[in-house]
Write a protein that binds this ligand. Structure first.
Ligand code: KG4
Ligand code: ZN
Length: 344
């Protein structure tokens, strides 16, 4: 059974992981020997979002270090590794190129098999790393770049039910945080502010597209913006929030969080009605770090007698462990890549 070294560099985390798989049927018997990363959040903070040029330069500087650290922490050397996997889509081109080129180079030089991985499949199966989730399950992926809803029939077999037509859920948190003059990434700060006012729904933002599996979050962002103007929260010339606006920030954060949680709940209920064979729900991606949304979705599942899973926090935001997991499933299907593999 193989030892897999996986590399993830699609956005602003330079990550590597080593996975040793022995069982096809019981994920709990397999071992994530290491999962290491360098987060660039501090480098992008002052720009309020990820700057692609800074991201690719940082990947280039850190990748060798992180890969070596993942191997060391796993107590293996490159010689012990059978397969090198890397995210090759989707993501920032410059960032993807660094990870994939590095993976190709060490795979070629050391005569290892290569597997290209779809980042979204990584998120989709990230809750399977530590769980044996029964199929079919619904997967709600909510991150900074994507918000998609799938029905997953088996490993690597799934169907897209719906996705965001504009902003991703995490992006909505990040953009509203910017309007509120909060730091990047906005999600964790918005969660903290919402908790301070006990997750009350002050402004009742419109829950868009309640009868469809698609999502739309840009309307909420615009509603927040006009709400802040209406409330004279901005000092007009500089478009800066006034100092005494902490309560307003808490109210907006809490109302936003409630709206997003409601939208997600609506999608689950819609799918439970349409697909009577659903056995479980997996909530994945960076937004799945959110304890409030997670507990609301879990309650919805419990009320419908459906099992609920979310990955460990370190596997919610971008990481290479989820890439290694999917690489193992691709190995089992004999789905290797050749060295012409490119980024998308
Ligand atoms: O999965 P991820 O690391 O990157 C992408 O693939 O996009 O997700 C990052 C996103 C950011 O938008 C961030 O604001 C959001 O996840 N996020 C959260 C929380 N922690 C991170 N959103 C809501 N609540 C959180 N606690
Ligand atoms: Zn991601």
């Amino acid at each position: 059974m193989p030892i897999i070294l996986a590399i993830e560099s699609s956005c602003d985390e330079t990550a590597a992981a080593v996975y040793q798989a022995t069982s096809e049927n019981d994920n709990l018997k397999n071992k994530m020997l290491s999962s290491d990363l360098f987060s660039q959040i501090e480098m992008h903070k002052k720009f309020g979002g990820v700057v692609p040029e800074i991201a690719s330069k940082a990947h280039l500087e850190k990748i060798k270090l992180i890969v070596q650290s993942a191997l060391d922490k796993a107590n293996v050397t490159l010689k012990d590794v059978d397969i090198i996997a890397a995210t090759n889509k989707p993501g920032l081109p410059g960032s993807l190129l660094i990870g994939l080129s590095f993976a190709k180079a060490i795979a070629y030089a050391n005569n290892k098999k290569l597997i290209g991985i779809n980042h979204l499949e990584g998120h989709m199966f990230s809750a399977c790393i530590d769980n044996n989730i029964p199929f079919p399950f619904l997967c709600l992926t909510a991150s900074g770049g994507h918000t998609s809803f799938y029905i997953v029939n088996n490993y690597l077999e799934y169907q897209l039910l719906g996705q965001t037509l504009d902003d991703a859920a995490g992006e909505a948190f990040d953009k509203v945080a910017k309007l509120l003059e909060l730091d990047y990434p906005g999600g964790p700060i918005i969660e903290k502010l919402a908790e301070e006012v006990h997750f009350q729904d002050f402004f009742k933002y419109k829950r868009a597209m309640s009868n469809s599996y698609d999502f739309s979050f840009s309307g909420i962002k615009t509603a927040v913006f006009y709400d802040l103007i209406k409330k004279n929260a901005y000092n007009n010339i500089e478009k800066r929030l006034s100092d005494k606006s902490i309560y307003l920030k808490q109210q907006v954060s809490s109302s936003l969080l409630k709206a997003v949680a409601d939208i997600f709940k609506q999608k689950l209920i819609l799918a439970f009605k349409q697909f009577s064979n659903i056995k479980a729900v997996a909530f994945v991606g960076g937004v799945a770090c959110n304890k409030y949304i997670k507990s609301e979705l879990e309650k919805t599942c419990i009320n419908n007698n459906i099992a609920f899973f979310a990955p460990d926090k370190r596997y919610c935001t971008d990481n290479a462990a989820m890439i290694a997991f999917v690489a193992y499933r691709k190995f089992l299907n004999n789905q290797f890549s050749d060295f012409s593999l490119d980024i998308y």
